[in-house]
Structure formats: C-alpha cells, structure tokens
Write a protein that binds this ligand. Structure first.
Ligand code: SAJ
Length: 396
C-alpha cells in the first residue's frame, strides 16, 4: 500500500514502547503515537522512559537506522497495534476503556482492506468482540473479511523487559485463524519464544488468569502471614519449608500488591462474572487490606514513643523498579503521616528523600522500616553494619 507504514503503535508505555523498538530493530518501518506531549518530547530527544539500559541501547540503534518515527496522530499503515492503558474505576472496579475506544476511533479513517489490527492492552473478557469490533467496523469494512483483528497480550516483567519481550512465549488470539497467523508472522520478526495461536476470547482469558493466579497466590501468603502473627511465628520460614514440597509453590507475603497489573486485572474477570468470582474478589480485598495491616504493625512498634522518627525505606511498587504506581508503600506512609507520625523517606531507586546514602538515612531515624527492599537496601541490612546497632529494624 503506497505511503503506508508497516506498523503504527498507539500508546508508547511499558508495553507499546518496547514493542515499537523491537519492530523497528527488526527493520520494519514503524511509527509510534502517544497523546502525552512530555513523553513525545523525551522520545524526540532520544530518551527512553523505562529504566532499563538495554532498551536505551536499542533505542539509540533504531534512531540511527531511521526506521522509527513519532507521530501525533496515526496515518495509513498496514498494521496497527494498540497498547494504551486500561485503568480501573476506583469505586466501580470496572475497566475504564476510554483510551482504548479513542485509539480505535483514531485509526478508523485510515483503515483499508487488508489491514491488521492488534490489541495489546489488558482488557475485560469479550472486549474485542463487544467494544473493539463495532468501532473498527465504522470504517465500513467487515472484521474477518476485509480487516483482521487479533488480541496479543504481553507478559513483560518490569525490570527484565528487554529479555522477556524476545524470549517469552506469546499468546496470539485471532478473531479468525487467519488473523492469528498474520499477527504471529508480525511478532515472529523479533520473538524467539513460542507464538501460541488461539482465539481472541481465550487470549483475553489467558492474560487475566495469569495475573489473577499470582494475586490469589499472594493473597493466601498474606493471609497466612496475618494468621502467623497471632502465634508470633515466622511465616517466611514456614513458607520456605512448605515450598520444599514438590507440588507447593507459595509466593511471598508482603506489604500489599501494587503496580498496574495485579491490583487491576482480577477485577476485569470479576466485572464480567461477579457472581462466580468469589475467591478472586476476596483475594483482591485481602491484598488491598495489607497496607493498613502493615501500618498497624509499625504503630505497634513505636507505641512507647509516639514521637519516634520512623524511617521508611523503599516507596516503589516492588523492589528495583522506578515505578510508584499503586504503591502500597505510599499508602502506608500516607496513613502514618495522616496520623501525625514523624516519617522519613528514603528511596535510592526513585531518588526520593534528602539522604545521600542509607547510612545517612539511618542516622536520622529511630526505627527503620524496610518497606520495599531494593538490592542496595537489602545488601546493607544483610551486612548488619555497626551504624544499625541499637536501631529497631522492621523488614517486610
Ligand atoms: N508481590 C508480593 N509477593 C510476591 C510477589 C510479588 O507481595 O511473592 C507484590 C510485589 O511487591 C508487587 C506486586 O506483588 O507489589 C506485583 O508484582 P509482580 O512482580 O508480581 O508483578 P508485576 O505487576 O510487576 O508484573 C506482572 C507479571 N505477571 C505475572 O508474573 C503473572 C508480568 O509478567 C506481567 O507482564 C505484568 O504483571 C503485566 O503487565 O500484566
């Protein structure tokens, strides 16, 4: 098709941007579209927003090759890949599909017979058929006949994106078998893992099942941790021992479940099947209750000294990522601050806090609370340096 790019990616976040890089690296003519001006300005300067050096190296290479361009709005393209956010309504616990709908609308004027549309965003069950399809068909083209639609969720683990995007197995869920084949061929440009072809609804299920499995597993670990608290025993040790059973694999209890996936995706199942989703909803609530439980534990630790300086280390949603979205650590800190406690904050990965290093931070606190153990914090705590002598340390 003359003048059309090979692929246009809409939404250049944690998933869309790495895919854009990999397709451009493979030699395709790729355009990236995002509504965030600041982000687009950073891209124009060659800055990779994700804190992974390997991705920055790939970005440098593709910019030099000239196979990647950034656009404010999409234009003609052989394939469109939509990777915009699908957040959750905080009260209704239902998917907010505005960004997805508007991305679909934005490509309608450019759709031509033979186009392939890939949805990558995490979506509720049946979304391809009930939300995406009717919008695309406003073009006058028929899905499955004139244009193809495929749902291809990602499984990227923040912190290890550059490796996983290539080596993970990918689910490729076509509205038709032909759509799955075409999308698999496109992904085959950079994916070395298996390209597992299925239908769109099964692919929607897979994505949600994966994160729900993890969320429910963590909820069980958290609940066991609360139960162990009654008996003053170390649940971490008990779980390690239980996991020596060949068919048991419990995850770790913690301060709660954050990030932009686990706290949200299970609701995308529950929203579509509320009556059946008893366990899924309960697990979500258990994990959401954890920051409050941890704040209570910290309060108990300083009950003899209401004015104790509480040093909280780590504020991101998990260790060693520079991402604070849905961070349980902030919930805990804000709860304590709201009650007037004197909280000091240190996070070397986010660059938060006024402290030049961990020792400096420790010197300014009476109780050290390790909320999110980045490697640098863990190493210091494990080393047990003398500057920690006499300090109460709580590790979660
Ligand atoms: N957490 C625990 N205990 C654990 C493991 C994690 O409390 O044993 C907490 C973390 O501290 C964090 C939260 O859970 O607050 C989520 O962290 P995570 O590492 O489990 O997951 P994410 O959100 O970084 O990435 C997940 C991954 N999904 C699975 O492992 C099934 C990733 O592969 C997905 O691509 C990503 O969600 C996504 O985009 O959906």
């Amino acid at each position: 098709m003359s003048g059309a790019r090979d692929v246009t990616i809409l939404g250049l976040g944690y998933v869309g941007f790495p895919i854009t890089l990999m397709l451009a690296k493979a030699g395709l003519d790729v355009a990236g579209v995002d509504i965030d001006r600041a982000k687009m300005d950073a891209f124009a300067k060659g800055e990779c927003p994700i804190n992974e050096p390997q991705l920055q190296d790939i970005f440098d290479d593709v910019l030099e090759k000239g196979s990647l361009s950034f656009l404010d709005t999409p234009g003609p393209s052989d394939a469109f890949l939509i990777a915009v956010p699908t957040p959750i309504h905080p009260v209704k616990k239902a998917a907010d599909l505005h960004a997805l709908q508007s991305a679909c609308e934005s490509i309608v004027p450019h759709l031509r017979p033979g186009n392939l549309v890939i949805v990558n965003s995490t979506i509720p069950l049946m979304c391809c058929r009930t939300v995406v399809k009717p919008i695309l068909e406003k073009s006058g083209l028929e899905l499955g006949k004139d244009i193809d639609l495929c749902y291809c969720p990602e499984r990227l683990y923040p912190g290890n994106i550059a490796h996983e995007i290539v080596h993970n197995d990918h689910i490729v869920g076509g509205y038709t078998a032909k759509a799955a084949e075409r999308a698999a061929a496109l992904y085959g440009n950079f994916v070395k893992g298996a390209l597992l072809q299925t239908d769109d609804l099964t692919a929607e299920f897979c994505k949600l099942i994966e994160n729900t499995y993890r969320d429910v597993n963590i909820a069980l670990a958290n609940e066991l941790d609360l139960i162990a608290g009654r008996f003053d025993t170390d649940i971490g040790h008990a779980i390690d021992l239980a996991n020596r059973h060949p068919r048991v694999n419990l995850l770790k209890p913690g301060i709660g479940v954050g990030g932009h996936c686990l706290p949200i995706d299970p609701w995308f199942i529950a929203e579509m099947a509320p009556e059946e989703s008893i366990l899924i909803s309960a697990a979500r609530r258990r994990n959401d209750s954890m920051p409050g439980n941890i704040a209570a534990r910290i309060r108990r630790a300083v009950k003899d000294n209401r004015n104790a300086r509480i040093g909280c280390a780590g504020v991101t949603y998990k260790p060693d990522v520079n991402d604070e979205r849905e961070s349980p650590a902030w919930e805990i800190i804000e709860e304590l601050q709201g009650e007037g406690y004197d909280v000091r904050i240190y996070d070397p990965v986010m660059g938060h806090g006024e402290y030049r290093d961990f020792e400096h931070f420790v010197s300014d606190a009476d109780v050290i609370v390790s909320l999110v153990e980045h490697a640098v914090i863990r190493e210091e705590l494990d080393r047990k340096p003398s500057y920690l002598d006499g300090k109460r340390v709580l590790r979660f």
